[in-house]
Ligand binder design. Structure first.
Ligand code: DON
Length: 551
């Protein structure tokens, strides 16, 4: 004890689980075959963008709960030379979408935004990967599609976790083509059995040969539009042909000497991360110690205020003027900070979205990659819920997203993640639904420090924020920062969610401050790489099935 005590004082942390280390290149992804595909691309001299394309396409085969051709997402890149850029390939509402399309005759939201053909937005993944590759890739496109084709055509062994995940999906069991692919004789594929996806292999071969055109035009587009028509869905050949990925400027901020590069709208994630960090900065919240009731209180109050703002001010910037500068203005952050009572929980009903304009001048998956040159990619993409809408398109072999549920089907009413959202995020043709995905890269002294992101719906933002805070304010290594129990508050419902692992004494203290505390399942599933001098350190999240591969 005499030896340990001073050590504890220095580190502040008792436990340590070592991250996985490689020297040259690393992929941290949520499925092992796909992580291996990415590491092989890096080892053979491909760069981080090449590896990202290969991993994303491989995940579409080996991680059907979230990996996709039929969804969308965001790719954040920071090059070794220090340029940062962001590829937005979020889904878009079809041309025929309408404001009230998810309201029933009683005026209440239906389940149409969650399951079946009408839940799908126009997919963006293939266009997004192609755009990033055309600008920053170094390897031949077809070469990067090849591993995914092989995995689809030759099959791969289903893991225990995957088998359990499929068996747990009521949605997947509802649609005949999904059943045909993922079940044998009415039972989902068992661990150790091989999953073969010949139709998906054919769809991928068209992508290998024709690039994004091989998906958005021609045979694939024709089949997808015909199946949509036959089942009452909205996506047409015109929707597919019109879809464009967009290259955007990432949001840039800072926290305690680190640069933070993160996701701009139509993600709400980057703004959330920067606002939460900005409100906490200067409170001294961390001085009462990791996981103390006082620390948790400050974090929860900062989170509560951001989600109130999110409900009002965030949406597709092509349709709604998001007050980005106002939401991050230091004077606005001062005002939010000052509204927090250190001793008492606020009531969400009394916390209204702030007035940032006063300051305004005018089941997802994530992977992180760093290559040997120091290029870094954080990519989060999704079909929204696990297995998306549940629908696999006959003849094409891929699952369609249910991203339309990320819109406010009825402004003011909660969606699948309990998020209450406003008119800024209502359904409109060609609009992108607001996302919480938060691919982020931290920079220290001009070098990448952390490449991070997560699935987890509305909890992505708070999950990523806590891993950053655990590393920067509590001195944890990347693995410990991910392992530590997490909290979540999203304004509405007015509940402080705590994962397992918080002490009953702490919970009692939080309740005494007026928080409604509930125990919850995972707050996001974070996958991250820390660049630590000559070493790449991979942290995977035990809440999911993360794997590190590298060389
Ligand atoms: O874009 C979003 O915010 C959601 N569609 C993300 C969904 C998600 O993370 C589900 N996975 N756990």
């Amino acid at each position: 004890m005499r030896v340990l005590f001073p050590l504890l004082l220095v580190c502040g942390i008792v436990w340590a689980r070592e991250p996985v280390r490689f020297r040259h290149g690393m992929v941290v992804a949520q499925e092992q075959h796909a992580a291996g595909v990415g590491a092989a691309v890096l080892k053979s001299g491909g760069n981080a963008v090449d590896a990202a394309v290969a991993v994303a396409l491989a995940l579409a085969v080996t991680h059907p709960t979230a990996g996709n051709l039929g969804g969308g997402g965001f790719l954040l890149l920071r090059t070794a030379q220090g340029q940062a850029t962001f590829f937005d390939f979020r889904e878009q509402a079809p041309l025929a979408a309408t404001h009230d399309m998810y309201l029933g005759p009683d005026g209440k939201p239906t389940r149409d935004s969650i399951e079946g053909w009408r839940a799908a937005g126009v997919p963006g993944t293939v266009r997004g990967l192609e755009l990033a590759h055309s600008k920053y890739g170094s390897r031949d496109w077809a070469e990067l599609v090849a591993p995914a084709i092989k995995l689809a055509a030759e099959g791969y062994e289903i893991s225990y976790g995957q088998a359990r995940s499929m068996a747990g999906s009521k949605l997947l069991a509802k649609f005949p083509e999904s059943r045909r692919i993922f079940q044998r004789d009415g039972v989902f594929i068992e661990p150790g059995e091989r999953l073969y996806q010949p139709e998906l292999a054919t769809t991928l071969r068209r992508i290998a040969a024709g690039g994004a055109k091989g998906f958005y035009e021609g045979e694939t587009a024709r089949i997808l539009a015909a199946e949509m028509r036959a089942h009452g869905g909205l996506i047409t050949e015109e929707d597919l042909k019109l879809y464009r990925a967009v290259e955007r400027k990432p949001l840039m901020g800072g926290y305690k000497g680190y640069g933070v590069i993160t996701a701009p709208p139509p993600s709400s994630g980057g703004l959330g991360l920067l606002q939460i960090l900005g409100v906490l900065n200067g409170t001294g919240y961390e001085t009462t110690g990791f996981e103390s009731a006082q620390t948790i209180h400050w974090m929860a109050e900062a989170m509560r205020r951001y989600y109130a703002d999110r409900s009002e001010y965030l949406g597709d910037p092509g349709f709604f003027k998001v007050p980005v500068k106002g939401l991050l203005d230091p004077r606005y952050l001062d005002r939010l900070r000052a509204s927090i009572d250190p001793a008492h929980a606020s009531k969400s009903a009394a916390v209204k979205p702030g007035a940032p304009r006063d300051f305004e001048p005018a089941e997802t998956t994530h992977f992180s990659i760093v290559d040997s040159a120091g290029n870094a990619v954080a990519l989060t993409y999704t079909i929204n819920g696990g297995y998306g809408s549940g629908v696999t398109v006959r003849g094409l072999g891929f699952l369609l997203n249910n991203e339309m549920d990320d819109f406010a089907a009825k402004p003011g009413e909660p969606n699948m993640f309990g998020l209450v959202q406003g008119e800024s995020n209502s359904v409109q043709p060609r609009k992108r639904p607001l996302s919480s995905m938060t691919p982020t890269i931290l920079v220290k002294d001009g070098k990448p420090f952390l490449v991070v992101g997560a699935p987890g719906g509305s909890r992505i933002i708070t999950g990523v924020a806590q891993v950053v805070l655990n590393m920067l304010d509590f001195g944890m290594n990347v693995q410990d920062a991910i392992d530590a129990p997490r909290l979540h508050h999203q304004w509405m419902p007015d509940t402080l969610y705590l994962e397992r692992g918080f002490s009953p004494d702490t919970i009692a203290l939080l309740r005494a401050r007026g928080h409604t505390v509930e125990q919850t399942g995972s707050v996001a599933v974070v996958e991250a790489i820390r660049v630590n001098g000559a070493w790449l350190e991979g942290g995977t999240d035990g809440r999911g099935r993360g794997k590190v591969a590298g060389y």
